[in-house]
Design a protein around this ligand. Structure first.
Ligand SMILES: Cc1ncc(COP(=O)(O)O)c(C=O)c1O
Length: 389
């Protein structure tokens, strides 16, 4: 590509790289998904029944987990896992760099949250920082496979074993991700998923907890449905966090193509890696060693030392070239007003603080063509060139 200057940018009246904007995501239902939902509607069996049961079995098997438990969404999946594994007052280490639910549901469960930082290149919780933040009161680690990139599971499991801690993995963005050639469901005490409309497997609302222990599954199952262990016998306090069979049927239908769709996301990510490695001023995500991400999001960083613009100016220019962007997330959780009463040392999570002003996500989904992905990279190269110091 020839050297671009500011006046070449579409935002300044130049010709955009892409004639029509590349879609940021691909969501919606196929005719097959709709037929699956219709079949349930026509049957009249609307509660959680055979479709939810089949989704539990098949999703758990594809994730290398023994047991799956469907639930109403990814937030209630976290509540079920935390509710079954933690006691009120437990100290739990969780990342400052994740979606709020991972941590807010710890607070809702009565846990004392201790924030850890993340690693700059993978964006995942930093095992060395987790270890530093362990105290005699630490009972668990709750971490996210953020953007679909598995955390360093080996390191985290080793820390957990050494200090006798529970581990809960928030897999809301990581359906079918793998680590050391195994599905992520093989690791930790519990894995939680979201099937929100925009997730890699999106049913509208929906969620799942996977576990590898029968006793824990029984506890979660009771929590999910008013502590009911026999008809109208409530042996503990629980909730109604159940899924329904319409959602279950949509999930089952979508699960059939999820593997191929995830492979396509991986192919796009590989194309992005090789192109972005040659662009000065922009850094690409570097997956944790041993991981095979699900690439829910492909998150880059601007190198503010190499560019004359801010991240937001960079994205505004990129958008005009035909590349939509998103910022996940504009603040580390330590800066969220909701957590203002937690004793937070912002200096304790410097990487997370820096990411908030440097990250931007570019389109990645199963329908993205190589031509579109190359167009995205051409546009990033053009904007980086025009803003080079
Ligand atoms: C990492 C993470 N955890 C939890 C959730 C919550 O899932 P839900 O929206 O299904 O409640 C999300 C959803 O955005 C998420 O991205």
């Amino acid at each position: 590509m020839t050297t671009a200057t500011a006046s070449d940018l579409a935002i300044n009246g130049g010709t955009p790289v892409l004639e029509s904007p590349v879609p940021f995501m691909a969501v919606g239902l196929t005719k097959k998904d709709i037929a699956a939902a219709n079949e349930v509607l026509e049957s009249g069996m609307l509660r959680a029944a055979s479709k939810c049961a089949a989704l539990e079995e098949q999703f758990a098997a594809k994730s290398d987990a023994k047991i799956g438990l469907t639930c109403s969404n990814g937030t209630t999946a976290l509540q079920l896992a935390y509710g079954a594994l933690l006691e009120r007052g437990d100290e739990v280490i969780a990342p400052a760099w994740t979606y709020i639910a991972t941590v807010s549901m710890l607070v809702a469960a009565g846990a004392k949250v201790v924030f850890c930082d993340c690693l700059q290149d993978s964006y995942q919780a930093d095992p060395a920082d987790i270890e530093k933040k362990i105290t005699p009161n630490t009972k668990a680690i709750a971490v996210t496979h953020l953007y679909g990139i598995p955390v360093d599971i080996e390191a985290i499991q080793a820390i957990a074993q050494k200090h006798n801690l529970k581990v809960i993995y928030d897999c809301a963005q990581a359906h079918l991700a793998e680590y050391n050639n195994k599905g992520i469901g093989a690791f930790g005490d519990a894995c939680t998923y979201s099937f929100y409309a925009t997730k890699n497997l999106g049913t509208g609302e929906g969620g799942m907890v996977t576990v590898n222990d029968e006793e824990l599954a029984t506890k979660i199952s009771a929590l999910r449905s008013h502590g009911e262990t026999d008809k109208y016998l409530h042996t503990s306090i629980g909730f109604n966090y159940r899924m329904n069979d319409i959602t279950g049927a949509i999930g089952l239908s979508k699960l059939e193509t999820l593997g191929a769709e995830t492979d396509r996301r991986r192919a796009v990510a590989n194309l992005y890696h090789s192109r972005i490695d040659n662009i000065q001023g922009v850094d690409r995500p570097v997956p944790t060693q041993g991981s095979n991400p699900a690439w829910h999001l492909y998150t880059c960083r601007v190198d503010l030392d190499a560019l004359t613009c801010t991240r937001d100016e960079f994205c505004a220019a990129l958008n005009k070239e035909g590349v939509p962007t998103a910022v996940h997330y504009p603040k580390p959780l330590t800066q969220q007003p909701a957590f203002s009463d937690l004793a937070i040392q912002e200096s304790g999570v410097p990487v997370s603080v820096k990411l908030a002003s440097t990250v931007f996500c570019i389109p990645i989904h199963q329908n993205l063509t190589d031509d579109q992905a190359n167009g995205v990279c051409d546009a990033i190269a053009k904007v980086a060139d025009a803003f080079a110091k």
